[in-house]
Write a protein that binds this ligand. Structure first.
Ligand code: 5GP
Ligand code: MG
Length: 177
């Protein structure tokens, strides 16, 4: 597998994001809403570098592209905390078309937070189809399918400590499994 982002670069990038957030929010309490499952690896690394009081809330979003209505986003929010009158940071693994972050942030805004900002680990350049950009981005990447550091292919590879681009040989291995 071709390594796009090494473990060292990732840690430096997450450090940089934490510094930006510490400077932006100061000592104000922050509620981090993390979109499962892809963002949990970054969540665990990021929150240990944040200096303000932090609450963590989980939400799951998945789009069923092969389903009845293609691209329909299914959101499960049973594990959401109350975010009314809170400063909220919405965290996702990757901003591709942007549909996920756009729809989830619209939903969170209806819950009455004081403020809502968005942060993503990766931003795929030139793919957005929505009228928003993430407020904080750790890395910009080209339009390639990547795995690792939380990102999966068929639910595998999330545990890789680096970000890699899947190659033909990796895909061939799946078809024989
Ligand atoms: P969007 O709604 O922005 O099009 O897509 C966001 C979701 O699509 C991400 O949360 C992620 O689950 C998935 N996704 C988009 N691009 C990639 C990619 O390159 N690799 C992986 N593993 N997932 C991706
Ligand atoms: Mg995802």
């Amino acid at each position: 597998m071709k390594v796009l982002l090494s473990e060292d670069r990732i840690h430096a990038g997450v450090d940089r994001l934490a510094k930006e957030l510490n400077a932006f929010y100061g000592e104000s309490p922050l509620t981090v809403v993390s979109i499962m499952t892809g963002s949990i690896v970054m969540l665990a690394d990021l929150i240990r570098r944040l200096e303000m009081p932090v609450r963590i809330s989980l939400i799951q979003a998945s789009s069923y592209r092969g389903g009845t209505r293609s691209g329909e986003l299914v959101v499960q929010d049973q594990m959401m905390l109350d975010i009314r009158d809170r400063d909220v940071l919405l965290l996702d693994d990757i901003f591709d078309t942007g549909k996920t972050l756009f729809e989830v942030s619209n939903r969170l805004r209806q819950m009455g937070p004081t403020s809502l900002k968005t942060a993503v680990f990766l931003n795929k350049l030139g793919q957005s189809t929505v009228p928003m950009n993430p407020d904080f981005v750790v890395f910009e990447i080209p339009n390639e399918f990547v795995v690792g550091y939380g990102l999966d292919y068929q639910d595998l590879y999330r545990n890789l400590p680096f970000v890699g681009v899947l190659e033909e040989s990796d895909l061939a291995r799946h078809s024989t499994n």
